[in-house]
Design a binder for this molecule. Structure first.
Ligand SMILES: Cc1ncc(COP(=O)(O)O)c(C=O)c1O
Length: 405
């Protein structure tokens, strides 16, 4: 049969990088490529008890649920959000199948093919995939370590009249960067000026290494709410990094009207996210010291990041800035090294990473790579860096022999 796939399906094609990374699974390869949390830190016992209580409480845990999500969990998450400066009620919140679905639903209700969207460079790969699937015209805004450059942002807003700006301003995936307060305020003010909705994606914000109160700037959503006159930020968060990704529970907070339309789109997508998972999470929040757990995880990730950073600094062949939280370290290699060509050599040496170019909508930086430090056992990190160095030496040697021949 000759299946005629949609243009959307065509836009979902596999990439060479993904094909290489697929072969790393199950082999003797140390993978710094995935975006996985450390499994040994999952609160397995507390989750087991939470599921048990959710099931023993009521058979309704196994029934269809509300599209918007289990109300007691929405109320609990709204209370946490309010405590983090994003005052909201359960009516302004939708529980989603991970924050990935929040990104998808918002794009689904906003974007027609060709609609302009602004993103950072680099940005989250799977958000680019969502934007591609809705055939958005994606434009990048130049950024530095402090966030989007306001002059370029304004130029892009004026030129492209986007419907949406998508950003990961705290412990960015992949760059690890955290926007300064000033850049956050400017971004919110400019988007308000041009009437552009912001999607603030914040899966890593609570994995913060500095425990000093006030160490980090407020979220875009908090800044936006302080400005009054109705929110222009839809915020998405997730339990994936602070509890476990398999619970597939994220949330979107935003203007009630937008949340209502997202809920309609969610009905068409999956009716609702898993009721039992949501009830178990609610039970977990009632009985488990989540804030203490987040502190523990963040401290452990900080020590793993320092281990990786220390190994890289000692070897001195790359340039990077230590992230202040989150799960990724972004390396830039000098001398025109193309990391997508380095990757097959690295896999042969027994280490994997994600080449930086996949995180760009336009004009990719080809000499960067993303390293994850949260999943690999810390004792393996020195060996991973040694293998990376061996791959780099082979890459340089093959480049020189090409130049000579
Ligand atoms: C920036 C960003 N947004 C969203 C997600 C999706 O997370 P989840 O769907 O597990 O909540 C991820 C996952 O790694 C991410 O890095």
């Amino acid at each position: 049969m000759n299946i005629q796939y949609s243009e959307t399906a065509g836009s979902l094609g596999s990439s060479a990088v993904r094909d290489i990374l697929k072969v790393t699974q199950g082999k003797e390869i140390i993978s710094l490529a995935g975006g996985l949390p450390g499994e040994e830190l999952f609160p397995v016992e507390a989750v087991r008890e939470a599921y048990s209580r959710a099931l023993s409480g009521s058979a309704a845990a196994l029934q269809y649920g509300l599209t918007e999500g289990y109300l007691p969990l929405r109320e609990a998450v709204a209370a946490r959000m309010t405590g983090q400066g994003i005052a909201c009620s359960a009516d302004e919140m939708l529980l989603t199948t991970g924050s990935q679905q929040a990104i998808d639903l918002l794009c689904r209700i906003l974007l027609d093919p060709g609609d302009a969207v602004l993103v950072e460079a680099p940005t989250y790969l799977a958000a680019l995939q969502v934007l591609g699937s809705y055939r958005a015209a994606v434009h990048t805004v130049a950024s530095d370590d402090d966030g989007m450059l306001p002059e370029h942002l304004e130029e892009q807003l004026r030129t492209h009249r986007p419907k949406l700006l998508y950003a990961v301003p705290t412990f960015n995936n992949p760059s690890g960067a955290t926007w300064s307060r000033e850049r956050r305020e400017k971004t919110v003010a400019l988007c308000r000026k041009y009437g552009v909705l912001i999607l603030e994606d914040n899966p890593y914000g609570e994995i913060a290494f500095d425990e000093t109160p006030g160490a980090y700037p407020p979220t875009l959503a908090a800044i936006d709410r302080e400005a009054g006159n109705g929110p222009c930020v839809v915020y998405t968060g997730t339990f994936s990094k602070i509890v476990a990704p398999a619970l597939r529970t994220g949330w979107a907070v935003g203007p009630q009207e937008i949340i209502r339309v997202m809920a309609k789109a969610k009905q068409a997508a999956d009716l609702h996210s898993s009721a039992i998972d949501q009830r178990a999470l609610h039970e977990l929040l009632l009985s488990f010291d989540l804030e203490g757990h987040i502190r523990l995880v963040s401290r452990e990730y900080y020590s793993r990041m320092k281990r990786l950073s220390g190994e890289l600094t000692a070897r001195g062949w790359c340039d990077f800035r230590e992230p202040r939280g989150g799960m990724f370290l972004w390396l830039k290699l000098p001398g025109g090294v193309e990391t997508s060509r380095l990757l097959p050599l690295a896999v042969e040496q027994g280490v994997a990473f994600v080449p930086g170019e996949v995180f760009y909508a336009t004009s990719p930086l080809t000499s960067a790579m993303r390293l994850n430090y949260t999943h690999t056992p810390p004792a393996q990190i020195p060996l991973a860096v040694q293998r990376l160095e061996q791959a780099l030496a082979r890459y340089e040697a093959s480049r020189q022999s090409l130049q000579l021949s």
